[in-house]
Design a protein around this ligand. Structure first.
Ligand SMILES: Cc1ncc(COP(=O)(O)O)c(C=O)c1O
Length: 208
């Protein structure tokens, strides 16, 4: 396991970089290291079959490999359960899945959805469709002249208790690395304050 981020060592895992190219479009299509292309070749050459459906040896093998990756991913991102690992084909499908499952259930008329002006359309269109369907409102956080998110605007919008806040970690339009850590901490603090208020409602303090 690599302890530090050793770019030269990691680069050796990607045969495509032996051609000398520099590649900056990873959010669009990421390059695969040897370990991934090797595993894909092994699958196609040894047990290519339909997972979860067919009752013969190679299909069981394919299913076992497929399911084993769920535990690896769970461990890697420190998720509580393998049930939290849902595979999709990419960002657009993932965000649509959240919008049409969680969103349709929880976003109501008049709710506020907060996005930023730096979002890729895969993180805008699903929310626009959902907002139109439910009668929710979308507000966009602006950027300053350096391309950074306007955290002052962001904080003001949070005070309006949005039902959903969605923003990418990095913008590939302006290369802006969002202040997601600070933004996330602010969100957490707000959530805790709201939870505390909800608790007090359930257990009102009675005068002695
Ligand atoms: C920044 C960014 N986000 C999201 C996407 C959409 O990704 P996907 O093709 O996985 O749906 C792209 C695709 O170009 C992108 O550049």
């Amino acid at each position: 396991m690599i302890k530090t981020f050793d770019v030269a060592t990691i680069r050796k895992d990607f045969p495509i970089f032996e051609t000398g190219i520099a590649y900056l479009d990873s959010a669009n299509t990421s390059q695969r290291p040897r370990q991934v292309t090797g595993a894909m070749m092994e699958y196609f050459e040894k047990f290519n079959s339909n997972i979860h459906r067919s009752a013969y040896h190679i299909a069981e093998e394919a299913t076992a490999h497929y399911e084993a990756t769920r535990e690896k991913v769970r461990d890697f991102i420190n998720a509580a359960s393998t049930k939290e690992i849902v595979y999709t084909r990419g960002t657009t499908e993932s965000i649509n899945l959240v919008a049409y499952s969680w969103g349709r259930k929880h976003i109501q008329q008049g709710d506020l959805i907060v996005l930023t002006l730096l979002e890729h359309h895969s993180n805008i269109v699903p929310w626009q469709i959902l907002a139109a369907e439910k009668g929710a409102k979308i507000e966009y956080v602006d950027i300053d002249e350096r391309g950074e998110l306007r955290l002052d605007q962001f904080h003001k919008l949070l005070e309006r208790s949005p039902r959903l806040v969605a923003f990418g970690q990095v913008s590939n339009a302006l290369r802006t690395v969002h202040q997601h850590r600070r933004a996330g901490m602010r969100l957490l603090r707000l959530q805790r304050a709201q939870d505390a208020r909800a608790d007090r409602r359930r257990n009102p303090v009675r005068p002695a």
